[in-house]
Design a protein around this ligand. Structure first.
Ligand SMILES: [Zn+2]
Length: 595
């Protein structure tokens, strides 16, 4: 069979299926090409920041090189309304939910997904964090229903996302799994599509979403980082596999072509790092996993909008056919909206690449807040107040994140103890190490909800200390590798550590360091439960997924093997406070600093 007759067959199948029929109809070729304007407005890595994010998470370098305050739902909505025209399709590149502030996290992120619907979002790629609570919870967020354990939120039964979630590289491990992922391509699957997917696998999510604008179809292909299994809890995704983004995009692109959709946009939750301090419109991205995807996916794909690395950039890369292709990202936490203007040739139904213009807009807070969204956010603030005020434990006195001369803090040590307790059983952890920068606030005795100084710790206070929803993980390191990790605490060294960052150890792990000793010889006398550590022994080390991934230049963690992922760090912390009630600040005597 020639490829042409194969295509005709496919189109016949597509016509029979109804939903995709219009896309397959040929346009009148006798007329001169007419171009159709389309505007995409894109967000990525919102992470539930309904309230304006604070600290460095709420600041952004703008086009003039000025650092300005940015983000917040009321400002996103105001900017979106100002930027949207009648040709606009709003899209997103994942991590809209997961790792969210309490206002969203307390309700399984329903408030954030509802907000995205109110913004007019039409299609979003799934990010790794969309899988934080597992695949079945993501399905509930997509389709509606109340949470199986926590029930309905105060807003009533969840109605489901008002937009399409897409993820072409998320497949079922079981090749016989029943899938409704292609429902959007028509109820009865065209034979050619069925045939194509037989060799590919069973999609666990819709791979594509087709949106019509001014009479032309635009196909959106969703992709999520193939590293997702390393950064989410394994139990929730045990039935899924996350396959190579480029291969999946190319299958999805062919799928779109089969049904006559040639204007193709990839929404990918994977991206690159940038040189710090650059304009959001600069192309300062350092080629990495995002660039690989942006340059290697099928030449039929016109635009690659990215996410995951929380950076802002606007780049033009070459596709495999040598044509220019947009590759961009819009920061994180709702601080940037990426505007992409393009023209579709109404005859060929393809995007005119020369017409593509992209601009990253900083979501400044100098505009008038959107009144409807202001009321919406206030409603959820009021609802979450009782959750935030729920008592989870008691402290005997202040437990602070202030570092002792050794670099330990009482609260850092306590969190390490909590993390070890939470990972001993499932992950066989022997010690725990906590990054000091992740201890975001102190627990103060006087700051109970009523201010009466009774030492009550509320869930909101605990969440302020541990707000990242990091996953607890455990890896095996040799004694020598553990020593390398500890050497990496100090400024300088092969990883170019910018600051000395002393990891907070669990109570059963002690050692001595000499900051003045040469790099590589600073750490000595490591002991676990009082027993000296040998270079060759295997040690199960618990840490959050940020550290295990090599965060804060602790690249030594990346040599760890037998990775296990467990509970969220906040859950480990809250459980520990509940089980050790009341709790006193631990002595900061685990590390001995010598001259
Ligand atoms: Zn991500």
């Amino acid at each position: 069979m020639t490829s042409r007759s194969f295509l005709r067959l496919a189109l016949a199948g597509a016509v029979a299926s109804g939903a995709v029929m219009l896309a397959a109809l040929p346009a009148d070729a006798s007329k001169a090409p007419r171009t159709v304007p389309v505007r995409l407005l894109a967000l990525n890595d919102f992470h539930g920041n309904l309230e304006p994010p604070t600290g460095s998470s709420g600041r952004m370098v703008d086009e003039n090189g000025q650092t300005v305050e940015a983000g917040g739902a009321v400002y996103i909505a105001a900017h979106m309304k100002a930027l949207a025209d009648k040709n606009t399709i709003a899209v997103a590149q994942g991590d809209l939910i997961g790792a969210t502030p309490l206002i969203s996290a307390a309700y399984h992120d329903e408030p954030s997904v509802e907000f995205m619907g109110k913004l007019g979002l039409k299609v979003a790629a799934v990010g790794n964090h969309e899988f934080d609570e597992g695949y079945s919870e993501l399905r509930r967020i997509m389709k509606g229903g109340c949470h199986p354990v926590d029930g309905c939120s105060p807003a009533g039964e969840w109605k489901g996302a008002a937009f399409d979630y897409v993820g072409a590289n998320v497949l079922f491990k079981n090749p016989h799994e029943k899938s409704d992922a292609l429902a959007a391509l028509g109820g009865a699957k065209p034979g050619a599509i069925k045939h194509m997917l037989r060799d590919w696998g069973v999609p666990a999510l819709p791979p594509v979403s087709i949106k019509w604008m001014n009479g032309v179809p635009i196909g959106f292909i969703g992709l999520v980082t193939q590293t997702t299994p390393n950064i989410v809890t394994s139990e929730g995704i045990k039935d899924l596999k996350f396959v190579d983004e480029v291969k999946a995009a190319n299958v999805a692109s062919k799928l779109l072509k089969l049904v006559g959709v040639k204007a193709q946009v990839v929404l990918v939750h994977e991206g690159d790092q940038v040189n710090a301090g650059q304009s959001p419109d600069a192309c300062s991205a350092v080629p990495g996993a995002g660039n690989r995807i942006a340059t290697q996916v099928d030449p039929e794909i016109d635009i690659v909008l990215s996410g995951h690395s929380h950076q802002a950039y606007v780049c033009t890369v070459k596709d495999p056919a040598g044509h220019d292709r947009l590759f961009s990202q819009g920061g994180s936490f709702g601080r940037v909206i990426t505007q992409v203007d393009l023209k579709v040739n109404a005859r060929t139904r393809d995007i005119d690449r020369a017409s593509v213009v992209a601009d990253n807009h900083v979501v400044t807070r100098t505009v008038t807040p959107d009144p409807e969204i202001s009321a919406f956010v206030q409603t959820w603030k009021d609802r979450v107040a009782p959750v935030a005020n729920k008592a989870v434990g008691t402290i005997t006195t202040d437990i602070t994140n202030t570092a002792a001369p050794s670099g330990e803090s009482a609260l850092g040590d306590l969190i390490a103890d909590a993390q070890l307790a939470a990972t001993k059983t499932g992950g066989n952890a022997q010690i725990a190490l906590m990054n000091p920068g992740g201890v975001r606030a102190s627990l103060t005795h006087a700051s109970s909800p009523a201010g009466e100084g009774d030492g009550v710790v509320t869930y909101g206070e605990a969440f302020t200390v541990q707000p990242f929803n990091n996953l607890m993980q455990v890896v095996t390191l040799t004694g020598a590798q553990l020593k390398t990790v500890l050497e990496q605490q100090f400024t300088g060294g092969p990883n170019n550590q910018a600051f000395t960052k002393i990891l907070q150890p669990s109570a059963n792990f002690t050692y001595t360091y000499s900051a003045g000793a040469p790099w590589g010889s600073k750490v000595s006398d490591m002991k676990i439960d009082g027993v000296p550590v040998t270079d060759t022994q295997s040690i199960r080390v618990a840490a959050n997924n940020f550290l295990v991934g090599g965060g804060d230049a602790f690249l030594g963690f990346q040599d760890g093997t037998d990775l296990w992922s467990g509970p969220l760090d906040i859950d480990a912390f809250v459980d520990y406070l509940g089980q050790h009630n009341p709790i006193a600040p631990p002595a900061t005597d685990r590390i001995t600093a010598v001259a």
